[in-house]
Ligand binder design. Structure first.
Ligand code: C2O
Ligand code: CU
Length: 463
């Protein structure tokens, strides 16, 4: 049996090395609930213009299902976290506090910061300790996220609820004619799958599989069966695949097209019309669903396979003029020519045998070196093996990169923007262009969190 890409993408059963089929996603029987909207984190602006925030990792109980509340982890709350708003050029200080009874770290996925701020496995914070981080926002508008990264514990802590969004805005994003009213026509959509026991609890060790902890129930921003009431206008959905392992293939219930406007690290050059969109764990994409031709009472669903993700109910007539999407949103140059790479790395294996270049992570070993400001081309291969192999989501810390080519061919249009996480298909070889803006020790790894924890991770020293 060779698991194929389609089988994995659709989220249907997938066989792992032990011949077990991973949990299938199923529509939930819970009543529908209004989509939970994370709060916007309030900062304090100091006289020198620096903004300071406090983020506390804590335990709590969350009403996810009818009946018993679910024990969970959250930032400044019982599950997930508030949205941290940042602005390009801004000086930021974040007080990170750990109120869990285990060590954690605070990683800002996609943020271009020095490694002492990056919050990787070298920066654990013990229970009841706190650490203050200072940095300047040096990148363009994007939707990023934050999550824990303590080695060997990342998957479990994310599974119990530690994840939050970061919105970077700049003058350019302010000026674009796109939906921007939070909770009105601009929605965060954090997509996760979870397995509940009969007492409504999450039990990581029961759900665990070395090739990824899957659940049968979608939980969106901590909401099961969510809906939003909207006007018949353009709606912006900021999608984050915050799942441990599941890949999603999003489409609309009436199979109409939508527009993808961003990749992980910022705006695409132009809105890309799409009928389906795949996101692997760690990836983000902002999409525009144009409801301007819909009428009162219409309902449309964002789906993955045949499972609803989010229901959009048109309940109000828009009184505003329908403005077309901008035709130019960014000016990213792209060349697809295959070049001889400066670095090559190989992702291989499944289960507990996952490796990069035949090795598993060692905190005391530096695997690669690079220099700040020296552009490099990396070739990353995912070896096909007897079992056919599986998709590994490749993620690199410290920067946004460009995908030059996939197997020598130009990548799809929605990947010709800034990326920090990409799907590596079995048997595939991808070239990316890397240019580190900051010094330090940075991680690269599989963002299937169980693979990462097992050791499908390496580190690069940038000087
Ligand atoms: Cu989103 Cu190294 O992680
Ligand atoms: Cu992997």
């Amino acid at each position: 049996f060779f698991p194929n890409q389609a089988g994995q993408i659709s989220g249907m059963g997938m066989m792992n090395m032990n011949g077990e089929v991973t949990t299938e996603l199923a529509p939930s029987n819970e009543p529908s609930n209004k989509l939970n909207l994370p709060s916007i984190l309030e900062g304090v602006t100091n006289p020198d213009g620096e903004i300071s925030y406090t983020i506390t990792a804590q335990q709590g109980n969350t009403q996810l299902k009818e009946g018993a509340a679910t024990q969970s982890y959250g930032y400044n709350g019982s599950i997930l976290g508030p949205i941290i708003h940042l602005r390009t050029g801004q000086q930021v200080s974040i007080q990170t506090e750990n109120e869990l009874d285990t060590a954690t770290s605070f990683h800002w996925h996609g943020l271009e910061v020095p490694s002492n701020v990056d919050g990787g496995p070298h920066s654990p914070i013990a229970p009841n300790q706190s650490v203050n981080l200072e940095f300047t926002v040096n990148q363009e508008a994007a939707t990023l996220w934050f999550h824990p990264h303590p080695h060997g514990e990342t998957a479990e802590q994310v599974y119990y609820g530690l994840a939050g969004l970061i919105y970077i805005e700049d003058d350019h994003s302010d000026s674009l004619a796109i939906p921007k009213e939070y909770g009105i026509n601009d929605f965060p959509v954090i997509i996760q799958d979870r397995l509940f026991d009969e007492n409504n609890q999450l039990n990581y060790s029961t759900a665990y599989s070395p090739d990824g902890t899957y659940g049968d129930t979608l939980v969106i921003n901590g909401t099961i069966n969510p809906y939003v009431d909207v006007k018949n206008e353009k709606i912006r959905l900021r999608l984050l695949n915050g799942s441990n392992a599941r890949n999603y293939q999003f489409h609309l219930s009436d199979d109409t097209s939508f527009y993808q406007i961003t990749s992980d690290g910022g705006f695409l050059n132009e809105p890309i019309p799409m009928e389906s969109l795949q996101l692997v764990p760690g990836e983000r994409a902002e999409i525009i669903v144009d409801l301007s031709s819909y009428t009162m009472g219409d309902t449309i669903q964002l789906m993955t396979g045949d499972v609803p993700v989010l229901t959009l109910n048109v309940t109000e007539e828009s009184t505003e003029e329908d403005v077309p999407l901008p035709t130019t949103m960014n000016t990213i140059t792209h060349t697809a020519d295959e070049v001889s790479p400066d670095k090559k790395m190989t992702f291989s294996g499944m289960g507990n045998m996952v490796t990069i270049d035949g090795k598993q992570f060692d905190m005391d070993r530096i695997d690669l070196q690079a220099k700040v400001g020296e552009k490099e081309v990396w070739e990353i291969e995912n070896t096909r093996h007897m079992m056919g192999g599986m998709i590994h989501p490749f993620h690199l810390h410290g920067l946004q990169f460009k995908v030059l080519n996939r197997n020598g061919a130009i990548p799809p249009e929605n990947e010709r923007g800034w990326k920090d996480t990409i799907a590596l298909y079995p048997g595939e070889s991808v070239q990316i262009e890397v240019d580190f803006p900051e010094k330090g020790l940075f991680m690269y790894h599989c963002h299937l969190l169980e693979h990462e924890d097992t050791g499908m991770m390496g580190q690069i020293l940038v000087e």
